[in-house]
Each structure stands twice: as C-alpha cells, then as structure tokens.
Design a binder for this molecule. Structure first.
Ligand SMILES: C[S@@+](CC[C@H](N)C(=O)[O-])C[C@H]1O[C@@H](n2cnc3c(N)ncnc32)[C@H](O)[C@@H]1O
Length: 351
C-alpha cells in the first residue's frame, strides 16, 4: 500500500516535470532566448531529480567527481588546446604532445570489463572511472570526457571538440573561469574537514586562518595577501572576476535610480553620487551610468584593492576615464564621506 502511494507520487512528479520540460522545449524552439533555455535546464533537472534512484545516487556523484577531476587535469595539462579546430586527434598523438603515456590519456581496452574496472581501482585512478568503461570500454582521462559529453569520440582512438570543450581551450577566455572555480572551491573543499577539526565548527573568526589560506598551507595569511604572491592565481582571479562582472553579474535594470538623478542635480557638485566598494573593473558603474546617462559620471567613485585599481588605471578604458578611482580596503574607514549611494555588490562571500 505504502509502495503504491510512493509510486503514485513519483508518477505524478515525473509527469508534471516532463510536461514542464515539453513546454520549455516548445518555448525555446520558437524563441531561442536565454530565459527559455534556462527553463529547459531547470525542468530537465526536475525530471532527473524525480527519476534518479536514490540508491545509486552515490554513483552519480562519483561520475560527476570524475568529470570535474578529469576536466581539470586535462585542462591544466593543456589537452584541450591540442585538439584541432576541425577534425580529430588520436590518443597517441595527444599523449605525445602532453608528454604522457597513451594509456593514461585514453586507449581502447582489450581487457574484459570486470578486469578493466578492478585494474583502474587498484591503480588508484578510481576517480576516472566512468560510463566510458561501461559503454565504450575505453578508459582514462578522455574516456571520462567523451562519455560525459565534454569531448566527442571519433572512432575507437580519436577525439574531437564539442561546443563545451571549445570553451576549455586556452584561446577561449571562459577557460579561466573553469580554473578559477576549481581554485576557489575544490582546493578549499578538499581541506575543510581538517580546517574545522583544527579551528572548531564555527565561522572563521579573522581575516586570516580562513579555509582558502589554510588549504594552501599558509593559514596565517589573508586571502588577498596570498593571492598577491601567486601570480598565476592572481592572473586567473583578475581575468575571471572581470569576465564574471561583464557577463554574469548584472547591475542595471535592478534598481530605479531616477531618484538619484534628481538628488544629484540638487546636491553640490563636489558631493559623490555613487561609490562602488569592491567595484572590480567598474562594470557596475558603467552599466548603471549607461542606464541613467544623466547621472554625472565624474561623481562616481570606483573603490577596490590597490592591485585592482592599478589594473583598471592601466587598462585605461575611455568610458571610465572620468570616474574617480580609489585604492581602498573596505575593512578600514570609508574615505569618501556623504556619498548619495554606496554600493556593495558581490563580495561579502570572501570573508
Ligand atoms: C567578487 S568581486 C566583485 C566585483 C564587483 N563588485 C561585481 O559585482 O562584479 C569582489 C571584489 O572585492 C574586491 N575586494 C576584496 N577585498 C577587498 C578589500 N579588502 N577592500 C576593497 N576591495 C576588496 C576584490 O578585489 C574584487 O574586485
């Protein structure tokens, strides 16, 4: 009886989610807009959430971890950049370019499935186990990536790009974001257990002794102190944050700033109109000013860490020329007094 009602509930959830998916696909195929695309993904995730067997979720987790691990490794080795824009590359050629054993990159397994599986486990490469072994009997890094759709398998021993893998090539700016997400999350997650064992199960109390610096073996440092001494990470961080600001972090179309236009006109011209604390490369200021061009741009103030402000000045974006740029530390007093609007967007999560 209980089982029947569980089935009824599951059937209902599945049908509702599938219907929503169908509608989202219909909407997308007539609009091809971003919102309908997101609706499809959301609806498909609902279908999956209902359809997945809770007893095998651990396997789904293992596959996802394999995908993340293999993607990261292949990316930092430079693998994605060696795949030709058109056509395919063989495992052997790729292995040669990466100075790696061909079998580590990928090869068609002649071993029986069970042996292949246990061999992989015994080699402690279990995190690379994936559908590849089950579906194609191919193994290792590209096996994970082809089986999960990041790369396309061509024949038995070659691979080609997919739209996803193209975003992971060094020539594509988005590739920085994959690495940055790894830096900012995975590296820290891996050490959280030790971190909380040492400091107790509570929020970090200071600006140092935080998970990010603990994970990197220097808990006594603050995050940005560490970052300043790791040029490669700093570069990824700066480039990545700029990209996020430009593409994924909207600042306009959210608040009605028409009151600010009126207020700015009434106040003395030396009074700051808009101070963006931790404003990065000034994208929020630009977006808001583009939406309200009547706001006096010279009374906008962009504040950030010294390194960020120096980079903004060096970039010399003509649109930001009149914006005041000030190196500050938001843990100290706000140096600009009496601004009409103080913006703090998308940075509190750092501490
Ligand atoms: C995630 S980014 C957000 C950038 C921008 N506000 C946005 O919404 O896209 C966080 C920003 O805070 C800045 N930041 C971090 N610590 C800071 C500090 N102590 N003082 C000033 N800015 C800081 C970083 O340099 C970075 O530009």
């Amino acid at each position: 009886m209980a089982e029947d009602s569980t089935h009824v509930k599951l059937d209902q959830e599945l049908k509702a989610a599938a219907a929503e998916l169908g509608s989202a696909v219909d909407a997308f195929t007539s609009n091809h807009d971003d919102a309908s695309r997101k609706d499809i993904v959301r609806a498909a995730e609902m279908v999956l959430a209902s359809a997945r067997d809770p007893n095998t979720m651990w396997m789904d987790d293992a596959l996802e971890m394999s995908r993340l691990g293999a993607t990261h490794l292949f990316q930092v080795w430079g693998g994605f950049g060696h795949i030709p824009d058109q056509g395919a590359i063989s495992f052997a050629e790729l292995a040669q370019k990466l100075d790696a054993e061909t079998s580590l990159i990928g090869e068609l397994s002649s071993l029986p499935l069970s042996l292949s599986l246990s061999l992989s486990l015994s080699l402690s490469l279990s995190f690379f186990l994936s559908h590849s072994i089950l579906m194609y009997l191919s193994e290792r890094i590209v096996g994970v990536l082809t089986s999960q759709g990041t790369l396309q398998a061509v024949g038995a021993d070659r691979i080609a790009h997919t739209p996803i893998s193209r975003t992971l090539t060094p020539a594509n700016q988005l590739s920085t974001l994959y690495q940055l997400v790894w830096d900012n999350n995975m590296v820290n997650f891996f050490h959280l257990e030790e971190y909380f064992a040492k400091y107790g199960r509570r929020e970090p109390q200071l600006m140092n002794h935080i998970p990010a610096t603990f994970a990197r073996g220097c808990p006594e440092r603050r995050f940005f102190e560490y970052l300043a001494d790791d040029p490669a990470y700093l570069q990824r961080f700066t480039t990545g944050m700029n990209l996020i600001e430009k593409s994924r972090s909207p600042a306009s179309g959210i608040y009605d700033f028409s009151w600010l236009v009126d207020k700015a006109a009434q106040e003395p011209p030396e009074r700051a109109v808009f101070v963006d604390v931790g404003g990065g490369s000034g994208q929020a200021i630009l977006a808001i000013h583009q939406e309200y061009p009547q706001l006096p741009i010279a009374r906008f103030v962009l504040q950030d860490r010294r390194e960020t402000i120096d980079a903004v000045v060096a970039e010399d974006n003509p649109l930001l020329q009149k914006v005041q740029k000030l190196a500050t530390d938001f843990f100290h007093d706000q140096p600009v007094k009496g601004t009409l609007c103080l913006c703090t967007k998308f940075f509190f999560f750092f501490f």
